[in-house]
Each structure stands twice: as C-alpha cells, then as structure tokens.
Write a protein that binds this ligand. Structure first.
Ligand code: NDP
Ligand code: HSE
Length: 446
C-alpha cells in the first residue's frame, strides 16, 4: 500500500529568504491578538510563508498598561516604526485622520508595506493611499478591515472576478448584530448590551460609529470599491443606524416572520434596457425574512451575500469582530506579503478606479410603526396621508386598545419608493395625535 507523504515541518522547509520584519502600532484588541497569534503559530506560519515572521518593534500609547502578552520594549511614538528596519508596518490604532493616517503615509513614503484593519481610514483616503503604495510597488493590505475573520476582501479582489458582481450586501457590524440578537433573544435593553459588546472588544473606540451605521458605511465603501472598480465613496451613500429600533419593533418583526438586521447594501442598477445606470449604496436596518441565511447570522457574527453574475450567489459568514478573528485576517495579510504575492490594492490599479455614479434602486415594501393616541380618526388620518403619497397598505396590527392612551399601529406597505413613504410619514408626524417620529424599516427582498 502506498504510504502518504508526511507533511514536512517548518524545519524541513528551506528558508531561502530572511525573516519578514514586522512593526506593529497598536496593541489593543486587534494588535494584542496579532502578537499572540504570531507567537503561538510561529512555526506553522513560517512553514506557510516560506520564511519567518518576526516582530521587530511595537508601539502603544500607554507603556504602563498591563497586557496579557509580552513584547520587548514599547515605543511611545508610532511614527518611529515607519523609520525602523521593519519591512511591514501594521497599523492597528484606528481613526480616519491623526496618527493612524500619518503613520500609514510615512510608512509608504519610507518604502514599507502596510497592513491595516482601519476601515475608516481606507474608506476616506483609500484611493490616494493605494496610489502611493502602487507607485512604490508596495503592498497595502486590509483583509481585517471588513467582516473580521471572513476573507471577503480577498474573495472580491481575487476570486469572484470572472463574471463581475451585481450586488454585495451583508451584516458588517458585529456590535450592532450582537445588540439586535441579544435584544431579541434575552429581551435585554439596548444600552446594557452595548456595554457588553464594548467589554468584549467588538465596538469601535467611539461606539456611535457602530450604532449610527458609520462603521458599516466604511466597510460597505470598501466592498463596493472591490466589487465595482470604483474609488471608495462615503458621500453617495444613505446611512442609518439602529438606535431608533425598539424591542417592540423586534417583537413585531418576529410576528411577521422577519428579523431586524443592520444591512449594508451596494447594488449595480440598470435601466429598463439593461444598461448600467450606477451604484446604489445604503446602510440601514432591514426586515430580513426569518429563514434566509442573513437572518440567521447571530451575535457578533457577520454575513455577506455576493451576487456574482453567471457564477451565482454566494454567502459567507463567520466571526466579524473581536481579537482572534480579526488577528486571523491581519496575519493572513502578513503571510501573503512574506510570500511576495503582489497585486493592486483594490483589485485594479488605483489610478484607474472610477468615480462612483450614484443611482437609486427600485422600491421596496415597508414596515411602518406609529406611536399614536388612541382617539377617533387617527387611523383614518394615517391611511389618508399614505394614500396621498400613493403608498398602499398590505396589512396592519394595532395593539393595546385603551381609549385615550397611546398605542402602536404597525403597517406593512406594498412596494413603494422610499421618498414617497418619507413624504407620507412627514405629514403623519405633523399630526397632534402622533406622539413620536414614525419608524420605517424596509422589508428586504430574499
Ligand atoms: P483598541 O482601542 O483596542 O486598541 C488601539 C491601540 O492603539 C491601543 O494599543 C492603544 O494604546 C493604541 N493607540 C491609541 N491611540 C494612540 C496614539 N495616539 N498613539 C499611539 N498608540 C495609540 O482598538 P482595536 O484593537 O479594537 O482596533 C484597532 C483597529 O482595528 C481600528 O482601526 C478598528 O476599527 C479596527 N478593527 C477592530 C476590530 C475589533 O473587533 N476590535 C475588528 C476589525 C477592525 P494603549 O493600548 O496603550 O491604549
Ligand atoms: N466595531 C466593529 C464591529 C469591529 O463591531 O463590527 C469589527 O470591524
């Protein structure tokens, strides 16, 4: 019987190249995870890269902070890393401006490859930074910046390219998904669950970026760029977060057979003759049908659906935030650099990335919730305003009849354009029978 070859150990590999020298700025959730992974997986990673991966310098803000890993001496100035003898600078500080941007720019100017998890920086300055890197034949890699451990950046840049992409959509923020899941499953309050997400290292330094939809917007801008060959564009994107979603909305969603998820969606739109019009990018909470794959992405996990033309539709899911999954993505970028794999940052030469042409995609059905006084005529008034805007109602629920007190009226509409629904709700909100701004959530097509 033929014997299977025994897989060689790292010591059996001829290490033809010297070690890849790595400098890491930021030793928080992600940076700490990268240091630990490089240490614990040292030999296996060297075997995969064909050379050792060696940390030569690290930097963090507070040299007295207790950390659950050991590193040599810590530099307080991250910019010192850009003039160290490192081959690669790993930026894990965060923020779209300030020291993170300065470090990345200086590292590239000084001929260092860069790996970063900083979606805010790349969504804002990605095209220019990619041009800087490509002009010097350097790598600027960012697998960790979108969807944590899911290799969606590499997938869009290198794998799903043959037939083009029609749409990419997904749950891209672990913090929001954790909050929505916990509110539904355990009935806990928003603020309480957000605190827990922060303690687990999921949230951004400024958590309003998570719950306001900004972090999802940053990630969507990067996915859109990779999918459609456009420069990352945050300006042509409608962005809405989850802070107005109540436990009541989550309960109603469940009754209708849906779950509420914060989705980022980027879609190529076409005219009636099939000619491309532009890209529709939006971030907003959506009602997702309960049995679909995205509806079942729970906790801090992320999920991404890519519609790749004739190749079909693909679904990816996995851990989207936190130490180990994010470190996994950063380390995979380092191994690619160690191997010498080179390609354009966004999958096309950066100078050729087009400006995004915005185009709205079609109408959708809507979940509407009105917090009203239970007085005669209120329902007729709402129905009248919707009818004025040509929005037709498919179904309705009213709860807690207690004459004179406030109640929730929930409606599902037929397919209607967003601006028509917004016009109707603005008119409804002006009524003295309505107690709060009405809530509108699109029903996501399967
Ligand atoms: P943390 O806040 O946990 O860590 C930030 C690190 O940067 C800390 O080590 C901090 O030093 C250091 N730092 C902050 N400001 C400065 C400064 N002015 N000068 C020098 N060092 C500084 O952040 P995360 O690890 O969570 O996030 C890092 C990056 O990764 C961000 O861009 C984030 O968006 C991104 N990211 C995070 C994910 C996550 O799950 N947490 C997932 C994917 C991406 P000190 O330790 O001394 O305070
Ligand atoms: N704050 C981000 C999230 C980290 O919650 O998804 C991962 O990018």
């Amino acid at each position: 019987m033929a014997r299977l070859p025994i897989w060689p150990t790292q010591n059996d590999f001829p290490m033809t190249k010297g070690a890849l020298k790595i400098a890491i700025a930021g030793l928080g959730t992600v940076g700490g995870g990268v240091v630990k992974t490089l240490a614990s997986r040292h030999d296996a990673l060297a075997a995969q890269a064909g050379r050792k991966l060696e940390i030569v310098a690290v930097s963090a803000r507070d040299s007295n902070k207790k950390r659950d890993f050991s590193v040599g001496s810590l530099l307080s100035d991250p910019l010192a890393l850009a003039s160290s003898d490192a081959d690669v600078v790993v930026e894990l500080i965060g923020g779209e401006e300030g020291i993170a941007r300065k470090l990345v720019e200086t590292a590239l100017q000084n001929g260092k490859h860069v790996v970063t998890a900083n979606k805010a920086l790349l969504a804002r300055h990605g095209k220019r930074l990619a041009e800087m890197a490509e002009a010097k034949n350097l790598q600027l890699k960012f697998e960790a910046a979108v969807a944590g451990g899911i290799p969606i950046v590499t997938t869009l840049r290198e794998a799903l390219i043959a037939h083009g992409v029609d749409a990419v959509k997904g749950i891209l923020n672990g913090t929001c998904n954790y909050i929505l899941t916990e509110m539904e499953v355990s009935g806990r309050g928003f603020a309480d669950v957000l605190k827990e997400a922060q303690a687990k290292g999921y949230a951004e330094a400024d958590p309003t970026l998570d719950i306001g939809g900004g972090d999802t917007a940053h990630k969507l801008a990067l996915l859109s760029s990779l999918a459609f060959g456009t420069a990352p564009d945050l300006l042509n994107m409608r962005v809405e977060g989850i802070s107005h979603i109540t436990a009541e909305d989550i309960g109603f969603a469940s009754e209708f057979g849906f779950r509420i998820k914060l989705l980022g969606v980027a879609r190529q739109t076409y005219d009636e003759n099939g000619a491309a019009l532009g890209i529709d990018q939006r971030v907003r909470p959506a009602m997702v049908r309960a049995r679909t794959p995205l509806a079942n992405v729970d906790g801090a996990a992320n999920g991404v659906v890519v519609d790749a033309g004739e190749a079909g539709s693909f679904f990816f899911s996995g851990r989207g935030a936190g130490e180990a999954p994010t470190a996994s993505a950063v380390v995979s970028d380092l191994v690619e650099i160690a191997r010498g794999s080179f390609g354009p940052v966004f999958g096309r030469p950066a100078a050729g990335l087009k400006n995004l042409v915005p185009a709205e995609s079609g109408a959708s059905a809507w979940y509407l919730r009105f917090d009203v006084l239970d007085v005669p005529g209120v329902l007729a008034e709402i129905a009248g305003r919707l009818s004025d805007a040509n929005v037709s109602i498919e179904s309705m629920i009213q709860r807690g009849r207690a004459p004179g007190e406030h109640v929730s009226i929930v409606m599902i509409t037929h397919e209607s354009p967003q601006d028509a629904v917004e016009r109707a709700l603005k008119a409804v909100a002006a009524s003295d029978k309505v107690r709060a701004r009405p809530c509108m959530i699109p029903m996501e097509a399967a």
